[in-house]
Design a protein around this ligand. Structure first.
Ligand code: PEP
Ligand code: MG
Length: 575
């Protein structure tokens, strides 16, 4: 039995598929003249196999994402079959008498270096495609198995070292019924995506890839944070009953979906959904969401080979607006960087990506990309109630700059005779200690705050949110974080503004009473958590919760904080 960090709830039964990406190690092997033809044939055979594989991916991608988006794979095939590339590799084998894999690696590397020197951003980014096809060629020549996550044919539970958010987005969910990883934390973006895709997952296990063998029969129970390898009949039966009970409880909770999230003494809390795309909006309805508290737009920018145009973005935002029928949508501008990269954008190699070129920093340095996005949002605002929010703010300078840009955009839109919501509200995410500390100044500049506790915890405690080795230190109930949350809420209320929480803390039922007591106005979370949080809010007495919060803020240790809350929840019959 193995445990880690429960990332997304559910119980599934299935065979393990070990997804291990072996490191490609290339040795320079000298060959004799009589083996030249053999090496050339080896290269051509690997290329043929690579083309076949990419063709398969292309067909699957066309079905899933449409012809246009799948065209990236057509490009990969053209690159692979490029006559110039073929000539260069063959010539190198013949002239230098070296093995095919070494020749491929050398030529591919040369092409990458040349492309990286070019000023043009588009061409520069093609180096990523060259690396991709180069790796595929090398894996095929060395007989390293290539597994494509969007092309899994049997129902399996995926076991792997780590998954990037874009790999998660591309997974074939019909057949990948759950996953478990060595790395990752509860608030890493892969875990967040798993929750919105409703795929059961346990992350941060450390050594799952060593303990599970391909084909092992597994029970992945992320309700109880357990993976059982090759269980006996008795255990399978027991867990099947548990699954039934869990699903029944979920159904019961879902029946509360249309009730208002109001405490017993009449304090109404706004409940929102965190979404990444249109499908998540449909799901949010299923769970009784009242609004969208966080629209992570970066997912629209991922899993493709170029920036979405203003028009494409407009269409995407408009469809969300139409589905929400006038209900509030807090749309966050692209938060890329950290653990979310774009294949078509060159990111510098950084020692600390989460402290580096991320979120609003990337947008400010690529102001045209941000402008396109803002224009698309303004255009869509004719069809729904958008509020714009900026991620990872650290200073007043940033917000003053952004407001100036918005002013310019409004003038441009008027010139273009485009209708838009003239009173669109602006907010910032409070994700850095700096923004929390200067919240009294920020509150004068914006209409609302949304506390991103995932990052606020990471940056305040200096604990990487995705690093399982230090996950014990990742404690949102630290007095330091609670102090900042209270400060932010007070700053907003003083200016008659409001504060929401859209980090994962908002969905942690253990702390709902505390957050309500601290005076938070809105909670936004993965839709799947909404029924349970609504149910708790409806049992809370606001006056008592305020007293609890006051007491909690006086505590000096995490242990004392947790104890007070636990006792309160028990006494009030909340959990
Ligand atoms: C957060 O940091 O709490 C947040 C909601 O943003 P993200 O998880 O996308 O970084
Ligand atoms: Mg964040």
């Amino acid at each position: 039995m193995i445990s880690g960090i429960s990332a997304s709830p559910g119980i599934v039964f299935g065979n393990a598929l070990l997804f291990k990406e072996k490191k490609i190690k290339i040795n320079k092997k000298k060959i004799s003249k009589k083996n030249i033809l053999k090496e050339i044939k080896k290269f051509l055979k690997a290329r043929k196999k690579s083309v076949q594989q990419i063709n398969e991916i292309k067909i699957q991608a066309e079905k899933k994402f449409g012809k246009k988006k799948a065209s990236i794979f057509e490009g990969h095939i053209l690159l692979l079959e490029d006559e110039e590339l073929e000539k260069e590799i063959i010539t190198l084998i013949q002239k230098k008498l070296i093995c095919a894999e070494y020749a491929i690696e050398k030529i591919i590397q040369e092409q990458i270096t040349t492309l990286e020197k070019i000023k043009d951003e588009y061409l520069k980014n093609r180096s990523i495609d060259i690396r991709d096809i180069g790796n595929r060629l090398l894996k095929n020549i060395l007989n390293i198995k290539v597994i494509d996550l969007n092309n899994i044919k049997k129902k399996i539970i995926l076991i792997t070292n780590d998954l990037t958010p874009s790999q998660t987005a591309q997974m074939n969910l019909k057949n990948i019924i759950g996953f478990a990883t060595n790395l990752g934390g509860k608030t890493s973006h892969t875990s967040i995506m798993a929750r919105s895709l409703e795929i059961p997952a346990i992350v941060g296990i450390g050594d799952i890839t060593k303990r599970v063998k391909n084909g092992d029969f597994l029970i992945l129970d992320s309700i109880n944070n357990k993976i059982i390898i090759n269980p006996n009949k008795y255990l399978i039966k027991k867990l099947k009953i548990k699954k039934k009970i869990y699903l029944k409880q979920q159904k019961k909770l879902e029946s509360l979906k249309n009730l208002s999230a109001t405490t017993i003494d009449g304090k109404k809390i706004k409940i929102g959904s965190n979404i990444g795309n249109y499908n998540d909006v449909i799901n949010s309805k299923k769970y009784g969401s009242e609004s969208i508290g966080l629209y992570r737009t970066e997912f629209l920018f991922m899993g493709r080979d170029n920036f979405p145009t203003e028009e494409e973005q407009f269409q995407a935002y408009k469809s969300v607006a139409k589905k929400m029928k006038g209900k509030s949508i807090i749309i966050r501008t692209m938060d890329i960087g950290g653990d979310k990269n774009l294949s078509y954008m060159k990111f510098p190699k950084e020692d600390n990506p989460f402290l580096g070129w991320r979120a609003i920093r990337v947008s400010i340095d690529n102001i045209n990309v941000l402008r396109d996005q803002l224009i698309a949002i303004f255009r869509a605002s004719e069809f729904g109630k958008f509020k714009i929010m900026f991620p990872m703010i650290i200073s007043m300078e940033e917000i003053i700059y952004l407001k100036k840009e918005i002013k310019k955009i409004k003038i441009e839109l008027k010139k273009r005779k485009i209708n838009f919501d003239k009173n669109i509200k602006l907010g910032v995410m409070i994700e850095t200690p700096s923004s929390a500390i200067i919240s009294k100044h920020l509150a004068k500049e914006v209409d609302f705050f949304s506390i991103g506790t995932n990052d606020l915890t990471q940056y305040t405690l200096a604990v990487d949110r995705g690093n399982e080795n230090i996950s014990k230190l990742y404690q949102t109930m630290s007095p330091s974080i609670l102090y900042l949350i209270k400060k932010v809420i007070n700053s907003s209320h003083k200016q008659k503004k409001w504060t929401g929480i859209c980090g994962e803390l908002a969905s942690n039922k253990k702390y709902t009473s505390l957050l309500i007591g601290l005076g938070v106005d809105e909670l936004s979370m993965s839709s799947i958590s909404i029924p349970i949080i609504k149910n708790i809010i409806r049992k809370i007495n606001f006056i008592k919760a305020k007293k609890l919060a006051k007491n909690v803020l006086k505590q000096s240790t995490i242990k004392k904080v947790k104890k007070l809350i636990k006792n309160f929840n028990k006494k009030e019959g909340l959990l």
